[in-house]
Each structure stands twice: as structure tokens, then as C-alpha cells.
Design a protein around this ligand. Structure first.
Ligand SMILES: NC(=O)c1ccc[n+]([C@@H]2O[C@H](COP(=O)([O-])OP(=O)(O)OC[C@H]3O[C@@H](n4cnc5c(N)ncnc54)[C@H](O)[C@@H]3O)[C@@H](O)[C@H]2O)c1
Length: 309
């Protein structure tokens, strides 16, 4: 997708650096051969390495896919402790060798907390560190489009608040659909609060698990597509009147403790994101948003317990 311009546009040549660990190197070399064999006009170079310093040299955009996966029987704390050491090494390489204004998107789970670790252990500017919740937003948008039988592009401003986990809160209170009579609220068009407040939310929250159950692997195509959407909007800007969800460093907006990496609705302009302000939050939403704050605060405490003083 990157090589075909889905991330940075059809006119932006790319040099792709790929980092993996030694056991994956042979497969990575194969992938490099394929990328070259596709003779893609935008690809100006493909570089593969197991050395994090070499891989980070000069990169403008870093998409962090590598992490220690949660295996059967593993506790959340075990995953976080392994990721603290991985992200510490990657943070150090990024801060020393990447381009000065490198934009970072963390995809690997626990994505929000891996991004938090990157922020805490490096001098990378917090504004340049984000985590992926665009996949959750896309899933929510697709569900609404399916329910109303309208094109997915006509559904706007669905929000995903919080953690990329089952405590995330997909919120349609401010979402609209473009109709022949202008933009109309999703709640009014669906007119089924029971579905919107229950099945819709749990379907989005559990979609990742449903994909793993069906494929025996986590989402790949949709995650890659969402990562491209995330970076494209961050770099090129969000269309006027539209916002997107990104895991970003909280500044205290909407009562989310400052410093947490929390998914907010943001608009992007000239390569900078800003949190959409002034949205009315009802009691139902407040509770859901707070549940994700609580989970992220717990993950943060765990991560801190593995960081040096
Ligand atoms: N945020 C989201 O929406 C979202 C969606 C899908 C997947 N994910 C997460 O993204 C990650 C990647 O998913 P996947 O299905 O491609 O997993 P995967 O296990 O197929 O790929 C992970 C890759 O990371 C590599 N890796 C492991 N440790 C590394 C290290 N220290 N340095 C560099 N590379 C390392 C592995 O060798 C492997 O190639 C997982 O953590 C998954 O849970 C997040």
C-alpha cells in the first residue's frame, strides 16, 4: 500500500526501510525481492535490516509494527515488560538517527501504552508520537454504513475514544451522514438507541478478537489500510469539517489525564494534529470514556514499574 501511494499520495516517491528480528530476516529478504520485482514507480529504494540504528537512519515516518505479542497464558504485565525493553531501544534509535521531525505511528499492541513508553523514554516530541485507533474508527464507520445502506464515505465524524482495546468507546453522538437533505445525525437516521448503545459498541470493541478467531491471525489488510489512512491524514490534513481518531498525548482535554496516550477526535493541518474541542459529552459517554482512562492508567503504572527510576 505504501509503495502504491496509499500512505503519502500518488506522487510521493518512497524509500522503504524494514526492520525485523534475525529469525524473520530471510522472509524479509524475500519481501524485498518482491517489492523490487513489482517495479513500482514510487519505490526509490528498499532497505532491510535487523539493526534498529541502521533501520531508523533518516526516516521521516516510522510505523512501529514490531512488538512482543500476547501469547496464550501471558498476563498483560508480561507483555508490557517485554515491550518496555523493545520500545526503549527503538526510542533511542529514533531520537538519535531518524529525521528531526519524524512522525511515529505505533501499531503494535498494546499500542497506546507502547506509544507512551516511546514518549517517556525518549526526547522525541510528544506531538510526533501517535497510536493507531483509525482501524476502530473505520470499523465503526463501516458498521453504520452497512446498517443504513449508504456509502461509507458519506458517514462522517464517528469518534473512537480511549484505548485500542475492548474498553475503547466508539461514539456516534456527533456523527452525521451525508443525505440528499444535507448532513443528518446518525442517531436520528438509525433511530435505534438500543442497538447503538449496545450491539454497535460491543461489535466494534470485539472486532479485533472476532478477526483473530476467524483468521487465526490478527487483522492485516484492514490494519494496513488504517495505518495508511492515519499517516495520510496526519501529513496531508483532514478534509474541512471532518475529524479522525488518533491515539495522541492528552493535554487534559475532556478530563483525560495529561500525558496519557488516548484516542481523541483530531483535525490535522500542515502536518500537525489538534484535538477537536467543545464536544458535548453526556453521562453515558463520560462513563465509557472514564473506563478507558482507568485501563490506560493501569497500563501506564505497569509500564512505569519496568522503567528505570
Ligand atoms: N492498533 C491496531 O489497530 C492493530 C491492528 C492489527 C494489529 N495490531 C498489532 O500490530 C502488531 C503486528 O501485527 P502482526 O499481525 O503483523 O504481527 P506479527 O507477529 O505477524 O508481526 C510482528 C512482527 O514484528 C517483529 N518483531 C518482533 N519483535 C521485534 C523487534 N524487537 N524489533 C523489530 N521487529 C520485531 C516480528 O518478527 C514480526 O515480523 C501486533 O502487535 C498486533 O497486535 C494492531
Amino acid at each position: 500500500m505504501i509503495a502504491r501511494g496509499a500512505m503519502l499520495g500518488p506522487d510521493q516517491p518512497v524509500i522503504i526501510h524494514m526492520l525485523d528480528i534475525e529469525p524473520a530476516m530471510e522472509a524479509l529478504r524475500g519481501l524485498k525481492m518482491e517489492l523490487l520485482d513489482a517495479a513500482l514507480p514510487l519505490v526509490q529504494g528498499v532497505f532491510v535490516s535487523t539493526n534498529v540504528v541502521e533501520a531508523c537512519k533518516g526516516v521521516d515516518i516510522a510505523v512501529m509494527l514490531g512488538g512482543f505479542p500476547r501469547k496464550e497464558g501471558m498476563e498483560r504485565r508480561d507483555v508490557i515488560s517485554k515491550n518496555v525493553s523493545i520500545y526503549r531501544a527503538q526510542a533511542s534509535a529514533l531520537q538519535q538517527y531518524a529525521a528531526p521531525n519524524c512522525k511515529v505511528l505505533v501499531v503494535a499492541n498494546p499500542a497506546n501504552t507502547n506509544a507512551l513508553i516511546l514518549k517517556e523514554v525518549s526526547s522525541l516530541p510528544a506531538k510526533n508520537i501517535t497510536s493507531l485507533t483509525r482501524l476502530d474508527q473505520n470499523r465503526a464507520q463501516a458498521l453504520i454504513s452497512d446498517r443504513l445502506d449508504v456509502p461509507v464515505t458519506d458517514v462522517k465524524n464517528v469518534i473512537v475514544w480511549g484505548n485500542h482495546s475492548s474498553t475503547q468507546y466508539p461514539d456516534v453522538n456527533h456523527a452525521t451522514v451525508n443525505t440528499a437533505n444535507g448532513h443528518r445525525p446518525v442517531r436520528e437516521l438509525i433511530a435505534d438507541d438500543y442497538w447503538l448503545n449496545r450491539e454497535f459498541i460491543t461489535t466494534v470493541q470485539q472486532r479485533g478478537a472476532a478477526i483473530i478467531k476467524a483468521r487465526k491471525l490478527s487483522s492485516a489488510l484492514s490494519a494496513a489500510s488504517a495505518a495508511c489512512d492515519h499517516i495520510r491524514d496526519w501529513v496531508h490534513g483532514t478534509p474541512k469539517g471532518t475529524w479522525v481518531s488518533m491515539g495522541v498525548c492528552s493535554d487534559g482535554s475532556y478530563g483525560v489525564p495529561p500525558g496519557l496516550i488516548y484516542s481523541f477526535p483530531v483535525t490535522c493541518h500542515k502536518g500537525e494534529w489538534s484535538i477537536v474541542q467543545g464536544l458535548k459529552i453526556d453521562e453515558f459517554s463520560r462513563k465509557k470514556m472514564d473506563a478507558s482512562v482507568e485501563e490506560l492508567t493501569g497500563e501506564k503504572a505497569l509500564a512505569y514499574s519496568y522503567l528505570d527510576p
